[in-house]
Write a protein that binds this ligand. Structure first.
Ligand SMILES: [Zn+2]
Length: 154
């Protein structure tokens, strides 16, 4: 059974407790990504570890895996693109605080009530993971139309 993650989490609280979240987010939640997909019925598998750094600042380390069905830019046929992104983020409470984020991490600004949107985070990572050019790796397979003229009966 797929465990669907909540969208909004409190990363500071989770980091103090050293929590780990694992689960899935349905691809159909991602509206920006949806424009690029031929099929959005799948899920993104996510794993997130919340920790504190040596100065007690929250960190979110994680990974996301998804198989995206996209259009080949050469033959316009469908192809699946495997995305596997890893990230290490430091949540901060304001854009000004982004300047204090160490170089090893990417800063992410929390909403005014201190919440982190996992939807936005994961969608952003998936978008980053999509190759610039989406093409079948070697030859494009000629698309054969479905010929369901006669259904076989025994
Ligand atoms: Zn192709």
């Amino acid at each position: 059974m797929v465990h669907v993650l909540l969208n909004q989490v409190d990363p500071v609280r989770l980091a103090r407790k050293g929590e780990k979240l694992e689960g899935a987010l349905p691809l159909q939640n991602f509206l920006r990504l949806a424009e690029l997909l031929l099929d959005n019925t799948g899920v993104a598998d996510c794993a997130l570890q919340f920790t504190l750094d040596n100065r007690y600042r929250p960190l979110v380390q994680g990974s996301v895996k998804a198989e995206l069905v996209m259009e080949c830019q050469r033959c316009l046929g469908s192809m699946s693109v495997l995305i596997h992104e890893q990230f290490c983020l430091m949540p901060v409470t304001s854009t000004a605080a982004l300047k204090e984020v160490p170089e090893a991490y990417d800063g992410i600004v929390l909403s005014a009530n201190g919440q982190l949107s996992l939807h936005n985070l994961i969608e952003e990572e998936l978008l980053l993971g999509i190759p610039l050019v989406v093409k079948h790796p070697e030859m494009c397979v000629k698309i054969v139309g479905d010929e369901d003229g006669s259904t076989k009966k025994s």
